[in-house]
Design a protein around this ligand. Sequence first.
Ligand SMILES: N[C@H](CO)Cc1c[nH]c[nH+]1
Length: 366
Amino acid sequence: MAEDVAKIIAAVRAEGDAAVEHFESQFGSGARPPFAPGPGSLPDDVRAGLEVAIRNVGAVATSGLDRDREVKFPEGQSIKLREVPVRRAAVYAPGGRNPYPSTVVMGVVTAQAAGVDEVYVVGAPHPVMVGAAELCGADGYFAVTGAQAVAALAYGTDSIPRVDVIVGPGSLWVQEAKRQVSGVVGIDGFAGPSDLTVIATDGADMEALRADLAGQAEHGEGSLTVAVSDDQTILDALDAQHGVFVESMDDALAFVEVLAPEHLQLAGEAAEALAPRIRSAGCLFVGSESGTAFGDYVVGSNHVLPTEGAARFASGLNVRHFRRRMAEVRVGSAAASLAAAGVPIAEAEAFEAHAASMRLRQNSRP
Ligand SMILES: N[C@H](CO)Cc1c[nH]c[nH+]1
């Protein structure tokens, strides 16, 4: 598959819209340049729900913004650490088996909270997804899908703007394409099939947990559900794809730290005590009311999360995926003392021109 994806990317890079149209007719929705989707349409109750999602996801995303910082040295130099948004971002929203207006919200609202100037959506031209993008105030929607969509966004075509960051879940083709263009553009990471692990202890609401597990299994192919408990009767009743019996909660924690699930629910009397001990989950849901489905849609946390164990090192989608940090440097009156320190290092590296550039400022006055 990696080779096929590489061929698609190379073709789109070389031929632009014509190649996108070709692959779209072969594997996608068949849209033609300029890849405009049909009109958006949102039933009133869906619109109202999405408005709640937009408000809550926006509030959480905004709270993740880092502020600029400045370090001033007594020698005279100052370094400002500036947090700056990228100019353009795109959200890939899957719409093959089911339309995902919720993913449109997760991506667009987070990019907007990050301060991105232009935010685009790509995906199947489903009216509810287009309507969600309009409701969020996205700057455009392109009815392109698959690896060709990712390639078009990475390199730009006549119809599709080149962006700085591409985020969002998608098929293995989409994820492989994102991996291959990363470096040319920023990406959020690998967002594969959904998984849910529950740690259920005494007092867990079994009916609710069964519903939660069935919910994530509903994503179909590749989705993974795991129940962990120190009580075999709980495991039998939950009927997850995998039931993992543990002797103790320490063993349960050790297990989930290695698995690093996308979603981890803690249910039952031990839930609150366990919560602070969890480190490696994409998103942690604590207590009987906290079903993963709330996180999929409206509670405010993001549902674009690291899967397949990536929660060991990666974060769920957040404003940092759309921002970069840039140091702003003023050497000022520190030139002399810094040159005294820097010149010998440059000379040790045999970089005489580097040394000269510092040395000649040794006597300057700001
Ligand atoms: N559970 C998915 C990934 O965490 C997100 C989603 C969208 N729609 C329903 N669920």
